[in-house]
Design a protein around this ligand. Structure first.
Ligand code: AHR
Length: 711
């Protein structure tokens, strides 16, 4: 139990009884002792931006490769020479192919052969420069020689499922046999699905087969094998295996991509949130560890044959199967608007190679080309390119961010001022696209005023709670704010070790308190998105602790903070309804009461903890009104371990037609995992006798969202 959220308490018996029976207490019943929340329904405030709640994403923690992007083969073009972090897969009947991580030579029944990377006679010289040369030197009857890919912590096999497989192959040294393609258990003893390519030629050619499983128990730790049973040499490249995806995209209209799409279970989790925008591709991923590995959209588009991939700053190679168009297709499938971050000359190298002056010009042109790729019609150069890549229709784009965290890596000096990196990108973008709203990653100072500033806050829970007031006194005349990366992060895990990969309910409470502050300040905060979004949970799968959604090869789950966001996102409202007063029910104070603390200053909120939340402020709340339904929405967070029974006064509200709500209650250490994905989730409830002055008990450690029906 985290003491920050715990108070020696005397629970109000009546309130608990009322909650247990579902009884609604009227204001007249016990008004004297309870707290009060006054919601000024008759004084509607600022409009809430339609893009208020969104997602932030980058290639970190195997977000795409081994995550959202459907591809199951790791290292499909053999250019990843370092492998992923974490223990390498071992195969009892296989030998790792030297220099080609995630691939193994497998043989059976005394067969002999070899597998090595080969750069002679490549498929092309842009991306498919290294092939895998498989030599079959001896195959007794019933034997085989092949190469096995262990995927991302195994190849998941599910029952009655069709997998799309494609690869390049060519034969030499007299090879004239067939190739067999299998999904099989990691020991090769059970074949889950199999297909045959009857013959291959001596010229590079792409082959497509489908693999279909029958009845089986889902399993994650399988392997994919291409093998031969006759002598000779086979070269392979661009080996791909796609399972069914959220929205099937297969065929000629894909501009040379044989198949593409996103993992359905993860997409469903996101879809359930109804996010309005996607901030991408970073994060540090847009900057890259060095110039060569920055996010260069031009190497991520087009047919797979033209995508070499690049090294992600998070320690593994990105295939760039998830390229710019795939990010946009992801937006399209979930009805999100892209919020694009463009590379702005700074890498994660402490400013060693920062680009300024003339050196920025081609990079500015790249940014303009990228915007045109997204928004241009088919008569523009890059709009035509997008059409050729399989998507003639342009995408809507309103917000473009220049760089990422330019206050780090000694980036601020070159970012700021009238000739700074921000200003030159801003001026070039506004000259060509005057309607685009340009986001700065830090105050660019004199000379140019950004439309929006991107603030990042990674905060211990206590700081997140205090930061519910972060924007209460902010300058109303300054640029608008996107909270482009934020999260509460435990300082340590429940057992005292490192904090978990996905957060506990403690963070759900503090996240929810923080979000009430963002919503209340929707006149200046126009967008918000948590980071990071995803974590691959197997050892070596993640580089960052505290991520919203976790998964292995088979199961994905939302952390308790995911459910907070789902609750808030689905009850955003269109206009702030001010809350003029929150008077908590009196609760006993601890022996030594910590002094109330001011909101943490600065953009990152401080990673070092800080004083606990103010015990005199156990409840946080915000309210809004939804145009279409007319619903009044009230969100209340009780961060302490004492129930709060309060009179809720909805001043100026007309009669209600009832109210419905969701409440999530838990112990601060509660969490969800791949084994228990739904341990901590919200529950629905109905209030039959809601009125403009009524009493409700907000349970200890709870997050509540109530919709009052006015129509
Ligand atoms: O979200 C993880 C990292 O935190 C992002 O890549 C970076 O922008 C921030 O420092």
């Amino acid at each position: 139990m985290n003491p920050l959220f715990h108070r020696a308490s005397r629970k109000p018996v009546l309130a608990l009884a009322a909650l247990a029976t579902g009884m609604v207490m009227t204001a007249s019943a016990f008004a004297a002792d309870w707290g009060k929340i006054v919601v000024d329904v008759d004084k509607p405030g600022a409009r809430i931006h339609p893009l208020f709640y969104g997602l932030m994403t980058e290639e970190i923690n195997h977000s795409y490769d081994g995550g959202l992007y459907g591809e199951l083969i790791q290292n499909r073009i053999f250019r990843n020479t370092r492998g992923s972090r974490g223990p390498a897969a071992q195969l009892a009947d296989g030998t790792p192919v030297e220099g080609v991580p995630h691939w193994h030579l497998v043989t059976s029944s005394g067969a002999a052969g070899a597998a090595v990377p080969d750069t002679a006679d490549p498929v092309n010289t842009t991306a498919l420069t290294t092939s895998l040369k498989l030599t079959i030197s001896d195959v007794p009857a019933g034997g085989r020689v092949g190469v096995a890919n262990t995927g991302y912590w195994g190849i998941p096999a599910k029952p009655d499922t069709t997998y799309q497989c494609s690869f390049y192959a060519k034969a030499s040294d007299g090879f004239s046999g067939s190739l067999t393609v299998d999904i099989e258990s990691s020991d090769g003893k059970t074949v889950h699905a199999s297909a045959t390519v009857p013959a291959i030629t001596d010229k590079w050619q792409r082959y497509n087969v489908t693999l279909k499983t029958g009845q089986l128990t889902p399993s994650a730790g399988n392997r994919f094998v291409i093998s031969a049973a006759s002598k000779g040499t086979v070269h392979l490249n661009l080996v791909s295996l796609f399972p069914p995806v959220f929205k099937e995209r297969i065929g000629a209209a894909l501009g040379g991509r044989p198949t593409t799409g996103f993992r359905p279970d993860i997409m469903r989790l996101l879809d359930d949130m109804h996010p309005a925008f996607l901030r991408f591709p970073g994060g540090n991923y847009v900057e890259g560890s060095d110039f060569a590995n920055r996010y260069d959209f031009k190497i991520t588009i087009g047919p797979w044959e033209e995508r070499p991939g690049h090294q992600s700053p998070w320690g593994y190679r990105s295939s760039d199967g998830m390229g710019l168009l795939e990010f946009l297709e992801w937006c399209e499938e979930l009805k999100m608007e892209p919020v694009l971050a463009v590379y702005a000359g700074l890498n994660l190298d402490n400013g060693r190679d920062v680009k300024t002056g003339e050196a920025l010009k081609p990079l500015i042109q790249d940014a303009l080309d990228e915007i045109q790729y997204i928004t241009g019609d088919v008569n523009t150069e890059w709009g035509a390119r997008r059409a050729r890549d399989g998507h003639p229709a342009p995408f809507k784009l309103t917000y473009v961010e220049i760089g990422n965290e330019d206050f780090l890596n000694r980036g601020a000096a070159t970012y700021r001022g009238p000739e700074g990196r921000f200003a030159v990108f801003y001026n070039a973008i506004k000259a060509k696209y005057p309607d685009i709203q340009v986001i700065a990653t830090v105050d660019p100072g004199e000379g140019v005023r950004p439309d929006v500033i991107d603030n990042h806050h990674y905060m211990p829970p206590a700081v997140a709670i205090r930061n519910a007031h972060l924007y209460d006194n902010a300058d109303r005349n300054g640029p608008k704010i996107i909270e482009g990366e934020w999260a509460s992060q435990e300082t340590r895990g429940p057992g005292g070790g490192p904090r978990p990969l996905t957060p506990t309910f403690q963070c759900a409470l503090s996240d929810a308190a923080f979000l009430t502050g963002l919503e209340r300040n929707a006149d200046i905060v126009i967008m918000s998105c948590y980071a990071p979004l995803f974590a691959r949970v197997e050892p070596g799968g993640s580089q960052w602790r505290t991520n919203l959604i976790g998964y292995n090869g088979l199961v994905s789950y939302g952390s308790p903070p995911y459910y907070v966001q789902k609750m808030f996102y689905n009850a955003r409202g269109d206009q702030v309804i001010p809350i003029s007063s929150i008077v908590p029910q009196r609760i006993p104070a601890p022996a030594t009461e910590p002094a109330p603390a001011a909101p943490a200053p600065g953009r990152r909120g401080g990673r070092g903890g800080g004083p606990p939340p103010n015990p005199n402020e156990p409840i946080f709340a915000c309210a809004s009104k939804e145009d279409a339904s007319g619903d009044i929405i009230l969100k209340v967070v009780n961060v302490f371990d004492v129930d709060q029974t309060v009179t809720v006064e909805l001043v100026g509200a007309k009669d209600f037609k009832g109210a419905t709500g969701q409440v999530m209650v838990g112990h601060p250490d509660d969490t969800n995992t791949v084994d228990e994905p739904f341990r901590t989730v919200p529950k629905d409830f109905v209030i039959h006798q809601a009125s403009s002055s009524w009493i409700h008990t907000f349970p200890d450690h709870s997050i509540t969202v109530i919709r009052f029906k006015t129509k």
